[in-house]
Structures are given as C-alpha cells and as structure tokens.
Design a protein around this ligand. Structure first.
Ligand code: DAH
Length: 352
C-alpha cells in the first residue's frame, strides 16, 4: 500500500509538472483526486490495512493527497498569471493619448476644378458631366472631323476593343471635352450654357504630356450669340483666375468644329505683357508678352446641323482649355515631369 501510494504521488507529480495548460491540470486533478480518481480509490482501501500500521499509512496517504493537491493548485495559479501577462501585452490602453491622423486636403487639380466651376457658375454656366468612354461620332464625326483626320489615328486616341455602334462608330476614350458639346446639343433643349470638365485621354506620355489630363469646355448656344460674348467670357475668366490686371486676345486659328476659330491668349504676368524684363532682356516665359491658353470659336454650322439645330436661327461659341495648363501658368509651376501631378508623392502634393 505504501509503495502504491508513493508511485501514485510520483506519477501525479511528473504529470503535473509536464502539464502545458490549465485544462490539462484539471484533467490530472480529476484523474487522481476526483470521485473515482486513482488516489481517492486507494484511500478507500486504508480500512483494509492491518490495524497496527493503519495510522501510519493513513498519515502518509493524507500527506500525499495534500501535496498533490497543493502542487496542482500552484501550477494553476502559475498558468493564470501567465495568461494575465499575455493579456496585459495585448490589451489596448484606451487612456493613452491617441495618434492624430495627418489631415489631408483636396488634390490640387480637384481644387482647381472647384474654383473654375465657381467662376463660371457666377455667370450662369451649368456644370455638366458626360461619358468619358464615348463613341467616335460624339468626339469626332458630329464635330465635323473628316474621316481621315489624324486625331482619329491609333497614335492619338485610345480605341476600345468593342463592336462598332451602327450609327456612332467605334468606342473610344474621349480625347477632348468637346464631345460634351454634342451630348448637350443633341438633348434637344435650348438655350445651352454648359461647363463640361472631364478627364481626357490621349496616347501620349512624356515629361510634358500625360495620358490622362483634364479640360474645361464652355458652350453657349442660343439666339444672337456673337464673338463679343466669347471675348467677354474669356476676359471674365482670365481676370477671375489670373488677376484683374491681365488682358486677353483672340488669334485666328483653325479647328474643325468652329468657324471662325481662335487661339486664346493671356498677357504674361512676369513681364506684364511687354515681352521684356526690367533689365531690357527678353521674357523667358512668354512669346512677346502673351501666353497661349487654348482653343475657342463660334460653333460651326455643320456641327449645329449634325445635332438638329438650325444654324440660320441659332449661333453659339465654345472654348476648350486645359485645367493643368491654367493651373501651372498661374502657380508658375515648372515641373520637370508633369506626370508628378498624378503620382502620390506627398512631398509635392503637400505644398498646395
Ligand atoms: N478640343 C480642342 C482640343 O482638345 C480644344 C478646343 C478648341 C475646344 C476650340 C473648343 C474650341 O471648344 O472651340 O484641342
């Protein structure tokens, strides 16, 4: 009996020491000290021990029982402590001061688009949006482009690999915002006074060109619209955007969809439109005092006709300028690579 008791004690002790978690300890406890546990059962046999040694064996049995119990309890406390420590490491101290997120701001092109929209909204232009994935007819055909015009060439325009539209031709990415003119004019509602700002896509990518850029396009169609309205609108925009001292001029040019057509220029802010710096040297920014902003003109009668508008009764003007261009001109931005505008370079973006 004594030997059996000592063997059980040793077995229990080595199992308790090797146990890896609390659950295992509870199982050992049940196995040795539970109702039908090995030690419990053995203790029941004490009555069978001869009387003369019963007292001694009883004392040994009690000692073994409490030492096994104590060992198990000690290890349980140990595991609990470990868990507490592990929990401590993982917990979030909600009383600690937080990390402040860095405040962001709108991208400089988004800021420019908002400002341009506001400037035109003051004189009644309605901001519109039209598809950037477009049919050839809206971007070229209805804008009076001949079938073989180079802008339609694969090298300028992105063509989408889709079946042709029976009336509107190939699917493309809009290479300019002028497609929005056709979208507005074919709605069948006059007068029109739209500002279309959108992304444009062209197959060009180098330090001064990006495959994606933005244009803002104005279009007015109504009765008695003249070049004076075009010149006045251009003048108003330029003074609002660049400053009241700046002057504008129209220079004859050619576009398929306007007649007459113009390049629009703004007086240079560096040399005040003189083309010369105070020391008499040539201004390096402009050409003889003028900077080019973009195209404009009176809507071509063929374009009005293509959209079902009577060119005898209605006239209109349109202009299309680059958002990046007017932004860089105003900010005096000389970018080594224009494509930085579309990168996520925070050192650059945070300056605006
Ligand atoms: N769509 C032309 C381009 O991307 C710019 C343009 C020129 C727009 C004359 C106009 C315009 O509305 O009248 O080069």
């Amino acid at each position: 009996m004594e030997n059996e008791l000592i063997k059980l004690k040793n077995d229990a002790s080595s199992l308790v020491i090797a146990a890896e978690d609390e659950q295992e300890l509870n199982e050992i406890k049940l196995d040795f000290l539970g109702k039908n546990g090995k030690l419990t059962l053995l203790l029941k046999d004490i009555k069978k021990v001869p009387e003369e040694s019963r007292r001694e064996v009883g004392m040994l049995a009690n000692e073994i029982l409490s030492s096994v119990e104590e060992l198990i309890e000690r290890r349980i406390v140990e595991f609990k402590g470990k868990t507490r420590e592990a929990i401590k490491k993982e917990t979030l101290d909600v009383t600690m001061p937080g990390k402040k997120p860095r405040p962001g701001h709108l991208h400089l092109i988004t800021q420019a688009i908002e400002e341009i929209s506001q400037i035109f909204a003051h004189i009644g232009f309605e901001r519109v949006r039209h598809p950037e994935v477009e049919w050839d007819w809206y971007a070229f055909g209805a804008l009076n482009f001949p079938e073989n015009h180079p802008a339609r060439d694969d090298w300028e325009t992105f063509f989408i690999d889709e079946a042709q539209h029976e009336k509107h031709g190939q699917m493309i990415l809009t290479p300019h915002t002028s497609s929005g003119q056709i979208r507005e004019m074919t709605k069948g509602k006059l007068p029109i006074k739209m500002l279309n700002i959108a992304k444009c896509y062209r197959r060009q990518s180098d330090v001064s060109h990006s495959q994606i850029f933005h244009q803002f396009e104005t279009l007015i169609v109504g009765e008695n619209i003249s070049i004076a309205n075009l010149k006045g609108t251009l003048d108003y925009f330029v003074k609002s955007w660049f400053g009241p001292e700046r002057k504008t001029r129209l220079r004859p040019y050619h576009f398929q969809f306007t007649e007459p057509s113009f390049e629009t220029d703004v007086s240079c802010g560096v040399c005040n439109g003189t083309g010369k710096l105070p020391d008499g040297t040539k201004c390096r920014l402009c050409k003889e005092g003028w900077l080019e902003i973009g195209g404009a003109g009176m809507v071509h009668p063929n374009v009005l006709k293509a959209c079902g508008i009577d060119p005898e009764k209605y006239t209109g003007f349109a202009s299309g300028w680059g958002v990046e261009r007017v932004l860089m001109m105003r900010e005096g931005l000389e970018l080594d690579d224009l494509r930085i505008l579309y990168s996520n370079n925070l050192d650059f973006l945070e300056q605006f």
